[in-house]
Design a protein around this ligand. Structure first.
Ligand SMILES: [Zn+2]
Length: 122
């Protein structure tokens, strides 16, 4: 069950004077993707959608809305099971070409690398 209030206004973390986030909202995953060589995730709060860089800890806090729609709880990052392979396939590209979206198969990254003569790492 999703524990968010779709009618909650998007708050700015700069205006948020509450306590630091505590607790974990497990039902709303933040999908990890790669944008210009950075692992990022879009805030799932309605009306926010701010992209935040992800930390390997696997927890997510949006600095734009303070996770207000989720009672200011941490959210969990949904990393792809093949994140290491994705990173290896992207690492020889220029930063602006290091991109991957959830569901994009590794074979597509291999194909793109071959098309652009990117040397294989795997
Ligand atoms: Zn947000």
């Amino acid at each position: 069950m999703v524990m968010m209030n779709p009618n909650a206004p998007v708050e700015s973390a700069r205006d948020w004077s509450g306590p630091p986030p505590s607790g974990l909202e497990e039902t709303v995953p933040v999908l990890a993707y790669v944008n210009h060589g950075r692992w990022v995730g879009d805030c799932p709060a309605p009306g926010c959608n701010a992209a935040q860089m992800l930390h390997e800890s696997g927890i997510y806090f949006c600095t734009e809305c303070g996770n207000a729609a989720f009672s200011h709880k941490w959210l969990r990052v949904a990393w792809p099971s093949d994140a290491k392979e994705i990173a290896l396939l992207l690492c020889n590209r220029q930063a602006q070409n290091q991109n991957w979206m959830p569901g994009e198969p590794l074979t597509e990254l291999v194909k793109e690398n071959m098309m652009h003569s990117i040397p294989p790492v795997l």
